[in-house]
Design a protein around this ligand. Structure first.
Ligand SMILES: [Fe+2]
Ligand SMILES: [Fe+2]
Length: 319
């Protein structure tokens, strides 16, 4: 298909693109696409990939202190999954012409962002539960619709990621459930973790719709399927009954069922805090980036060894 497409005049290729989007079919790496569509996807996929690998840090912080072998094994598996998610996503970005080295360079020099949520500290063991329940839960709410994203490699990566995220969400819920039924101190620790992670989780859906100028174009291209506020509302509606089942409260006095809307009303998110954390002012921004750069430098010998091995053994030569 490649040669036939490249011989077509620009206008016909653009029409082809529009037709594919309108028919709910997938755009694939070799298909023609508008530069802005490509740039938007690279930015979004890269930010997503960066969030996966930076997100390993707050939880890895607790691996050595997990309270049992079972909990340690679960947490190691989860943190390892997040590395895998980063890998699929950098791979998806690569199909658009952005190399992993280039994207990591932008992360390390602060030109690319990652989710603001990972700039908060994990103070107690219960934070591992709150992250699984709320942060992975918010990630699933965001990502399930991305399985129908118009760009094929991104959509397919999301299918596998969502399956793993749902395991992450359940292990967090189960961890909190155990603490909430434990001693008074364990219960208090679970409640404190939920109190600290609830609002930052709501920020994960991004700014309100009226302050999100790129949403309309992304929805027209079927990269995004729902607005930030729609997804945030869906998340709140899912979490309220789950919090009740846990026997924990959500730290929002304005939370009440709205019969007319058929949704839970909730209080105002502190968008000043969101902007401050996103632009570097969160409690852990510096620590997260320093650690990421250090891990990259310390992994240089692995990349060199892998490249030397690949040069000696060209793909398929040993088959
Ligand atoms: Fe993930
Ligand atoms: Fe996850």
């Amino acid at each position: 298909m490649g040669t036939a497409v490249s011989a077509e005049p620009e206008r016909a290729r653009a029409e082809d693109f529009e037709r594919t989007i309108a028919a709910d079919e997938r755009i694939e790496p070799r298909d023609w696409m508008p530069d802005a569509y490509r740039a938007t996807l690279i930015r979004q996929i890269a930010q997503h990939a960066h969030s996966e690998i930076i997100g390993m840090q707050p939880e890895a912080n607790w691996i050595t202190r997990a309270p049992s072998l079972r909990r340690k094994a679960i947490l190691i598996a989860k943190v390892q999954d997040e590395a895998g998610h980063g890998l699929y996503l950098y791979g998806a970005a690569e199909t658009l012409g952005a190399s992993r080295a280039e994207l990591l360079g932008k992360l390390h020099t602060g030109r690319h962002k990652y989710s603001s949520i990972f700039n908060y500290p994990t103070l107690t063991w219960a934070d591992v539960g709150a992250i699984g329940w709320l942060v992975d839960g918010a990630a699933i709410t965001n990502q399930v619709p991305l399985c129908r994203c118009s760009y094929g490699p991104y959509a397919r990566a999301m299918v596998r990621i969502c399956k793993e995220e749902s395991f992450h969400q359940r292990q967090g819920y189960e961890l909190l459930h155990t603490l909430a039924r434990g001693t008074g101190a364990q219960r208090a620790m679970a409640q404190d973790a939920v109190d600290r992670w609830w609002w930052p989780s709501l920020m994960m859906f991004g700014p309100p719709d009226d302050a999100s100028p790129r949403t309309a174009q992304s929805m027209a291209w079927k990269i995004k399927r729902h607005t930030n506020d729609e997804l945030r509302q869906r998340f709140v509606d899912i979490c309220v009954p789950q919090a009740e089942a846990l026997g924990l409260t959500l730290p929002d006095r304005d939370l009440r069922w709205n019969e007319e809307r058929g949704h839970w009303d909730f209080g105002a998110v502190d968008w000043d805090e969101f902007r401050a954390v996103l632009s570097g002012g969160g409690p852990c921004n510096e620590q997260r980036l320093d650690q990421r750069r250090r891990a990259h430098e310390e992994g240089a010998w692995v990349r060199e060894a892998a490249a030397a091995y690949a040069a000696k053994h060209p793909a398929g030569a040993d088959r």
